[in-house]
Design a protein around this ligand. Structure first.
Ligand SMILES: C[S@@+](CC[C@H](N)C(=O)[O-])C[C@H]1O[C@@H](n2cnc3c(N)ncnc32)[C@H](O)[C@@H]1O
Length: 289
């Protein structure tokens, strides 16, 4: 559980949100940045610590800017990047500047191989490589093959924003004091206390063969994971947490969470490779409160 000083037992969201908001430093499949205005009405008014176990690009975290946060994701390269930005921003920026000055098609594929070999010893070097590849790969997609290798090809960008000191400084500032863990979502149960706010944004239940993306990591995310997550949702609610979850608007999800409050928001499918197929689509927001 997160140790929080007594004085911080309750935090009005309004007081936590400040002017200088950081933006996610990676483009991420399923990123929630564009949906914040629709989600804002559903945030609990007061909560203790904030937990986000499917962190991805962290759009919710950067929007809320909670004072106490525990963030995690199964993707070790992603979480290491957050840790390096928190702990060694200058090291990350130095490497990113190097990548920016060497960017080319050949350089991209050499870097991709380098990342998959996993022989870089310094965390900030690995983080910069991850950020460089994310900014220059096709659609900013992170996908692994069965061996766990990142396998996305180079994207078609004229001037990718590889080096963004201003935003990374804000990101680093917001991450000070934040707990970051690599691991599966179930671990959140060991860390929460009553009054905490837990937001789940899992890989969505596929609603058609082509429209959904769940291969964030080599194991994928199955319907069994969706059932485990629904059970965890109930356990956390029973413990007195504010629990919020996003998922596809489909019968399976509605059935899984039938006893909870359920609202609909309108999103767009950014991960479809064909721009014409990225139309608006509904998704569900489930809440325990
Ligand atoms: C829909 S994305 C989250 C997007 C995020 N809300 C954003 O704004 O960018 C789902 C995330 O779940 C992570 N993930 C997949 N399986 C997981 C698991 N078993 N436990 C924890 N995280 C997992 C993926 O690595 C991915 O980052």
């Amino acid at each position: 559980m997160v140790a929080i000083p007594r004085i911080s037992a309750s935090f009005p969201v309004e007081k936590l949100v400040e002017e200088n908001k950081a933006a996610p430093f990676v483009k991420w499949a399923g990123g929630k940045r564009r949906l914040m205005s629709q989600y804002e009405q559903f945030f609990p008014r007061n909560f203790r610590a904030y937990h986000e176990p499917f962190l991805g690009g962290g759009a919710f975290f950067f929007h809320l800017q909670p004072r106490f946060a525990v963030l995690s994701d199964i993707n070790h390269r992603l979480i290491e990047s957050y840790q390096a930005i928190r702990d060694d921003l200058e090291g990350v920026l130095e490497c990113l500047a190097y990548h920016r000055s060497h960017h080319s098609k050949d350089y991209f594929y050499k870097c991709r191989e380098r990342m998959n070999q996993g022989d870089l010893l310094i965390k900030s070097d690995r983080a910069a490589l991850m950020i460089y590849l994310n900014k220059t790969c096709f659609n900013g997609l992170y996908r692994e093959n069965l061996k766990g290798d990142f396998n996305v090809p180079i994207g078609r960008y004229k001037a990718p924003r590889i080096f963004d000191r201003e935003n990374l400084e804000l990101v680093s500032a917001h991450l000070q004091g934040v707990e970051l863990h690599v691991g599966s979502f179930e671990k959140v149960l060991d860390r929460v206390s009553p009054g905490d706010f837990v937001y789940f944004d899992p890989p969505y239940v596929p609603i058609s063969a082509t429209s959904s993306f769940t291969n964030y990591s080599k194991g994928g995310f199955t319907s069994q994971h969706q059932h485990q997550l629904a059970d965890l949702f109930t356990k956390l609610a029973e413990r007195g947490c504010f629990v919020m979850l996003s998922n596809s608007d489909c019968g399976f999800v509605r059935e899984l969470y039938s006893k909870w409050r359920c609202e609909v928001v309108s999103a767009s499918r950014c991960i479809n490779s064909r721009a014409t197929k990225r139309g608006p689509i509904n998704e569900l927001v489930i809440m325990s409160y």
